[in-house]
Write a protein that binds this ligand. Structure first.
Ligand SMILES: Nc1ncnc2c1ncn2[C@@H]1O[C@H](COP(=O)(O)OP(=O)(O)OP(=O)(O)O)[C@@H](O)[C@H]1O
Length: 222
């Protein structure tokens, strides 16, 4: 369902990152590993249609992302790709529910409050749907970020260091939720991390490892 070929990214200062090809099948759960600066965030942004590559291709469900005009790409991302960022970046003047309604509206999907409540319930956050982001704990805000990524039932769910600001208990809960929710709705999941807690939780799954500026190793644990 996800395929990259000959991907490179060049930044304004001339830094070029090169990524070998990667194929991910529908419903698989992967960890993207690598030390700080190895390119994990860059690769996730390329996969999520957020960062145009200098060359190469990203195909999601048969669609060549960067061949789409930018407005069509935005709509495609809203419908098919959910992204959990390191910090949830919720809109502070909007309640939890309004933040999720906005995600539906960006995807061109009509208001579906039933779906919003279903996702919030799954994350044990329904009681906070009328709360504003600044009234939430870090762990709660991160769960709203996950709800926003899941609300449109994305085929592809990308999470960039989702546990970096969380304590052990919350980190554990977030990983379990991401994994269970992705599995229950058939989403493909990719989590970037250098967090050992995540590696331990994902010992049965696939790993793609980045070393400095290139992905040099692909491991499959059984
Ligand atoms: N906008 C930019 N301009 C120039 N160089 C950049 C830019 N963004 C990233 N880089 C460089 O690209 C490399 C990869 O960065 P990236 O943020 O993708 O790494 P990472 O593996 O996600 O790191 P971390 O785990 O610290 O978040 C780094 O060497 C970084 O300095």
């Amino acid at each position: 369902m996800l395929q990259t070929s000959l991907l490179t990214k060049t930044f304004a200062n001339g830094t070029t990152l090169r990524f070998p090809d990667w194929k991910v099948a529908r419903g698989e759960q992967w960890l993207l590993l690598g030390e700080s600066g190895s390119g994990k965030t860059t690769l996730l942004h390329l996969l999520g249609g957020l960062l145009r590559p200098a060359s190469g291709r990203v195909t999601v469900n048969g669609t060549d992302l960067y061949a789409l005009p930018s407005r069509t790409l935005d709509r495609f991302r809203g419908r098919h790709i959910g992204i959990v960022f390191q910090q949830p970046h919720l809109i502070r003047s909007m309640t939890v529910e309004e933040n999720l309604l906005l995600a539906q509206s960006f995807a061109g999907i009509g208001k579906d409050v039933v779906r919003i409540r279903e996702v919030l319930n799954a994350l044990d956050m329904d009681h906070k749907r009328r709360a504003y982001p600044q009234e939430l704990s870090q762990g709660q805000a991160q769960r709203v970020g996950i709800a926003r990524a899941l609300v449109n039932r994305p085929a592809l769910l990308l999470a960039d260091e989702p546990t970096s600001s969380l304590d052990n208990r919350n980190a554990d809960a977030v990983i379990r939720l991401l994994s269970d929710l992705a599995a229950s709705q058939g989403s493909t999941l990719i989590i970037s991390t250098h967090d050992d807690r995540v590696k331990e939780a994902f010992f049965r799954d696939f790993m793609f490892e980045l070393h400095h500026e290139r992905i040099s190793d692909q491991l499959e644990k059984s």
